[in-house]
Design a protein around this ligand. Structure first.
Ligand SMILES: [Zn+2]
Length: 315
């Protein structure tokens, strides 16, 4: 009987790893950014039986050498010592704390690990990260370190990938990522976002899809598919980093698009289907989500894992 139960449990394990650390929580308290969502996502994945404890891996913090491939020594020193100027803190839009600094170093380590595991398993999910507004010398929009850029540079430095693509579907344009990789032909950046929203200005990505206010499921998915196919037609990445923001949701407080929870899952599936069709591994990170009800944000992020299992779980 015991062996039967073990066999049942084994069958339910995922074919890929989910990267999570309790230290992902930025401990922001009453802030529009619900940074406890990382823990809520992990708990719900287990509670709903989508994942088993063995499906999770615990990341190490990124090394300073990894971080310094992207960020300036001045910015790294300011974060580590807490000696940020008032303009720097106002741009960052979250308070400095030791927990916040540890969380973003862990998020970057988690995205590095997700990239490594995606290369091994075809897909991996970091439950934190997608901090796409961080620039080399400053943070902004709740993003202190650009974990995706750090992961790309780390994997390139290790010789694990030559090139990569960032597909960013957060409702806000990935300005930090676009600026970091601008002019770098080894990293292709695609951002689909609401045009009339933060950030302003928007440094150019390789493809920027500026959506009108109120864009809904059908238009969004069609426009994304057309542009994704065009991007993958001319660029063949060793790895895709997928930034799956929950904030294109129609009930998001900081977004002005009109996607439903089901439409957001179709979006995730679309990206995964095209990557799988072409044999390109995908590492995902959740990015933003500011729904009135935090359980909606959590559900949207969980659905990214469910969609990945539907696409990459097939052998
Ligand atoms: Zn966002």
């Amino acid at each position: 009987m015991f062996s039967l139960i073990c066999a049942f449990v084994r069958r339910k394990m995922l074919s890929f790893k989910i990267i999570y650390h309790p230290g992902y929580d930025l401990h922001l308290g009453a802030h529009v950014f619900p940074s406890q969502k990382y823990r809520l996502i992990q708990e719900a994945l287990l509670r709903d039986g989508i994942a088993q404890p063995d499906d999770f891996l615990t990341p190490q913090p990124a090394s300073d050498a990894d971080v310094l491939r992207v960020h300036t020594p001045e910015w790294v020193r300011g974060l580590k010592t807490g000696q940020l100027t008032l303009p720097e803190l106002m741009r960052l839009e979250i308070p400095w704390s030791r927990e916040m600094v540890e969380a973003v170093w862990l998020a970057a380590g988690g995205s590095i690990l997700a990239g490594q595991r995606a290369l091994a398993d075809g897909y991996a999910a970091n439950l934190a990260g997608g901090l796409h507004h961080a620039f080399p010398g400053h943070g902004e929009g709740f993003c202190a370190l650009n974990d995706i850029a750090i992961a790309v540079r780390s994997l390139q430095a290790a010789g694990s990938v030559r090139n990569a693509m960032v597909v960013d579907t957060d409702v806000h344009q990935g300005n930090g990522t676009a600026a970091i990789f601008g002019g770098d032909r080894s990293v292709f950046t695609l951002s689909i976002h609401q045009e009339n929203n933060y950030p302003v200005p928007k440094p150019p990505s390789d493809i920027d899809i500026n959506l009108k206010d109120g864009t809904g499921d059908a238009d969004y998915v069609a426009i994304l598919e057309k542009n994704l196919m065009s991007a993958l037609d001319g660029f063949h990445p060793d790895l895709i980093f997928y930034v799956g923001g929950a904030d294109p949701y129609r009930e998001d407080q900081l977004g002005g698009l009109s996607l439903t929870i089901e439409g957001l899952k179709r979006r995730d599936r679309l990206v995964f289907e095209h990557a799988r069709r072409l044999g390109i591994p995908v590492a995902s990170a959740p990015a933003g989500g500011y729904a009135q009800r935090v359980e909606d944000t959590v559900r949207i992020h969980i659905n990214t894992i469910v969609a990945a299992n539907e696409i990459f779980g097939r052998r």
